[in-house]
Design a protein around this ligand. Structure first.
Ligand code: FUB
Length: 447
């Protein structure tokens, strides 16, 4: 197993942590949430460790049913997926239509040296995605596509920095009708910027377009730098736009920000990024989320960044297989593709941990199973309630299995696992890497 230097390696263990940012194993940026089939899929970029520019090679996918425990689905799309692309896995968005998922992304065209918009397609929200065209969908040197399908079935792709463009997508979602059209950036539509004669309005980049109760919204990164998040509304998908003000003020140790807005299970959620992780900043960003409520007139309240994040929607069922890479908060671990499919947690050392929030044990669990692998001599998984030093519900011994991808099941008895609690998987053992975990499950009496 390769030794990766990562943020996780130096992130301190904390007993009681909030849940923003969403991902702690890597730096993430440019959130694009999608609700599909009762889950939120979160598409992000990936800022490389130690970046001093927007050094981004791949896009990543995460998902959650409860807004606090997020499953890592790895990287089903990268710059390398596009044979014509050279670099820059920047801010994109994925949408579902007719059984397929379309992911629109900006990346640099090797042939022209300019930013272009590519489109990738998959049968699954978690990929694998393939280049739908073999060439850019559209190219004018501008970035940050957002995609929207109106109630009448007409799809629109918007993008831009420094201008704002749209084009009408055909029903196949990989071609368009007419030519890219510039949306007029008026101060009435997009607010007034002072001090930059070339950019008289606040629109900077990162548009996010959607419709709610018949009103069209464009949320965007405003002013530079540092950016804040603002929005405008319109009676139709192409305007005329009216500037509505700030959603998220400039905050959070990153000079960019990037919005993504969804409704899920009756709540509204605002995704953004900041520099909140250790080592974080403008090129080492992290995606976070807040819950909010629209005002009665459809306007959006001011939303501030928190470390608390969104409240949990429901609970997590420990009596079905749960992926080890389903995490509310972690300390010290990494993830990687598992040889037997999906992802696994690895790079586990003594004292590392994973918190899984709001686990509904109900009447009580009697045993715990885990799928593990170890090329060394293994270690132990301590199952603790509500804190790293909380009540010990059980300890599972993990033996050496002969390889980091040589998987075996281990099982151990548990007690005191009743009601709903945060579960801490605390890993202990000797020095060096101990073992990997692919999945876990509790068993109830009689199961
Ligand atoms: O992540 C690279 C670029 O930074 C994005 O395309 C912009 O929206 C800004 O977040």
């Amino acid at each position: 197993m390769a030794v990766l230097l990562s943020i996780a390696a130096f992130f301190p263990a904390t007993a009681a942590r909030a849940d923003n940012p969403i991902v702690q194993t890597i730096y993430t940026a440019d959130p694009a949430p999608l609700v599909y089939n009762g889950r939120v899929y979160l598409y992000t970029g990936h800022d490389e460790d130690g970046s001093t520019y927007f050094t981004m090679k791949e896009w990543r996918v995460w998902s959650s049913t409860d807004m606090v425990n997020w499953t890592d689905h790895g990287s089903p799309l990268s710059v390398a997926t596009f044979s014509w692309a050279k670099s820059d896995a920047w801010a994109g968005q994925t949408i579902y239509r007719n059984g397929k998922f379309y992911w629109y992304v900006p990346t640099t065209n090797r042939a022209t040296g300019r930013m272009a918009i590519g489109v990738a397609v998959s049968d699954s929200p978690t990929g694998p995605f393939k280049d739908a065209l073999g060439h850019p969908l559209v190219e004018n040197g501008e970035i940050d596509p957002t995609v929207f399908i109106d109630d009448n079935g007409q799809a629109y792709l918007y993008w831009g920095n420094p201008h704002l463009w749209y084009v009408k997508l055909n029903a196949d979602m990989i071609s368009y009708s007419g030519s890219p059209t510039q949306i007029s950036l008026t101060t009435a539509g997009f607010g007034t910027r002072t001090g930059d004669a070339n950019r008289p309005t606040l629109f900077e980049e990162g548009p996010w377009v959607y419709k709610r109760n018949g009103l069209y919204y464009i949320v965007f990164a405003a002013k530079c730098c540092s950016e804040f998040i603002a929005y405008s509304t319109a009676p139709g998908p192409t305007g005329p736009w009216t500037y509505r003000g700030t959603i998220m003020p400039t905050q959070g140790s990153s000079f960019t920000n990037h919005p993504g807005v969804i409704d899920f299970q009756g709540g509204s959620y605002f995704f953004y990024h900041n520099g909140a992780l250790p080592g974080g900043g403008g090129f080492t960003r992290s995606v976070a989320v807040e819950k909010f409520t629209y005002n009665a007139d459809g306007t959006i309240p001011t939303i501030n960044m928190t470390t608390t994040g969104a409240p949990q929607v429901g609970t997590l069922n420990p009596y079905v297989r749960q992926e080890a890479e389903t995490i509310a908060w972690e300390s010290g671990v990494e993830t990687e593709p598992a040889g037997e499919g999906g992802m696994n947690v690895g790079w586990i050392e003594n004292g590392d941990s994973i918190k899984v929030k709001g686990v509904a044990f109900g009447a009580g669990a009697t045993s715990f199973d885990a799928r593990v692998a170890s090329a060394t001599s293994g270690g132990k998984i301590e199952l603790r309630r509500d804190g790293l030093n909380g009540t010990l519900m059980g300890t599972c011994d993990v033996p050496g299995t002969g390889g980091w991808q040589t998987w075996a099941n281990v099982s151990c008895p548990v007690s005191g696992a009743t009601g709903t609690h945060d579960l801490y998987l605390k890993f202990t053992g000797g020095s060096g890497y101990l073992f990997n975990v692919n999945w876990w499950r509790f068993n109830a009496a009689g199961a």
